[in-house]
Design a protein around this ligand. Structure first.
Ligand code: ZN
Length: 297
């Protein structure tokens, strides 16, 4: 059985977010006004502007709650599929009272959310920072990709210096600018073929959030992801990946495979490469030169 999180645009321009296990029937009920107590009934006609499928009700509900905590601008960025704008949008707060945070009470099993219409601060938002002010300003800084890539490069240095591993580092950052997980290559140390920096960071984030979906997040990694990591990012519904150095041998973000942008996935990850690529490439070259007994460049 599949579950859906959906967004309706109402006639008054507001948005309504809900979840269901029967999308077609539920949307027909909204259109017909057959859910009388629902926020949408007096706001028809309605337009379905987004629907995303999840394997479990818990995940669909978590996505619904997350979106409900978002500002109108951020919801519109999500609907438009504009990941850049989604990342930069403020996570919630003042303008969401004009948005879709009406409080439908018609769905059994829907978790109670006190004061949802007027109190966006009470909305659980797994990915937004609890301290939106400072971090959102940082996220709005156009140089923040470089800021986070420097963070990932520092993690790559730790891979080499602490574990003598190939220097690749990764940090996963929420839409609100909060670090959700970080890691570096630990294949040899952990005797784990899957322990690439990206996987380590995503595992940490999943454990921290209590959710294997990492919606709206951006992953910064110092080397273009391989096919394994790229698919894990698709499964995790990561919004965007920024990498430094390209990997002409196994890169799956366009160099060898192009898995993140493949139109056959039901989720696509926005990709940007080449951020601080020189520093990342130098670390990798020097690591392998040292292994071959050559001096670093
Ligand atoms: Zn990988």
């Amino acid at each position: 059985m599949a579950f859906w999180t959906y967004i309706l645009r109402c006639a008054d321009g507001s948005y309504y977010t809900g979840h269901t296990d029967n999308l077609e029937q539920r949307i027909a009920q909204h259109h017909a006004g057959e859910i009388p107590a629902c926020y949408t009934a007096p706001r028809r006609p309605l337009e379905l502007v987004r629907a995303e499928e999840f394997p479990t009700r818990e995940e669909a509900l978590a996505a619904e709650q997350q979106i409900k905590g978002w500002s109108r601008a951020k919801k519109e960025a999500l609907i438009a599929g504009d990941w850049e704008r989604l990342i930069l949008a403020r996570s919630s707060r003042t303008d969401s009272v004009h948005g879709s945070t009406g409080s439908p009470r018609t769905e059994p099993g829907r978790s109670a959310r006190a004061g949802s219409a007027g109190s966006p601060r009470t909305t659980p938002d797994r990915l937004a920072s609890s301290d939106a002010g400072a971090v959102s300003d940082a996220a709005a800084d156009p140089t923040h990709d470089e800021h986070w890539m420097r963070h990932a490069l520092a993690l790559a240095d730790r891979a080499q210096h602490e574990d003598d591993e190939i220097p690749v580092g990764a940090v996963l950052v929420s839409a609100g600018g909060e670090v959700l997980g970080e890691g570096w290559n630990r294949n040899i140390t952990d005797r784990d073929p899957t322990a690439h920096a990206e996987i380590v960071a995503m595992r940490q984030a999943g454990a921290r959030l209590g959710n294997h979906r990492l919606l709206g997040s951006t992953l910064y990694v110092t080397l273009e992801p391989c096919a394994m990591c790229a698919m894990a990012m698709v499964h995790a519904r990561i919004a965007r990946v920024v990498y430094a150095a390209a990997d002409p041998k196994t890169g799956a973000a366009g160099s060898v495979f192009d898995l993140l942008a493949d139109a056959r996935h039901n989720h696509r990850v926005a990709v940007q490469g080449g951020v601080l690529a020189e520093g990342a490439g130098r670390r990798l070259s020097n690591y392998f030169r040292t292994k071959r007994g050559k001096p670093p460049l």
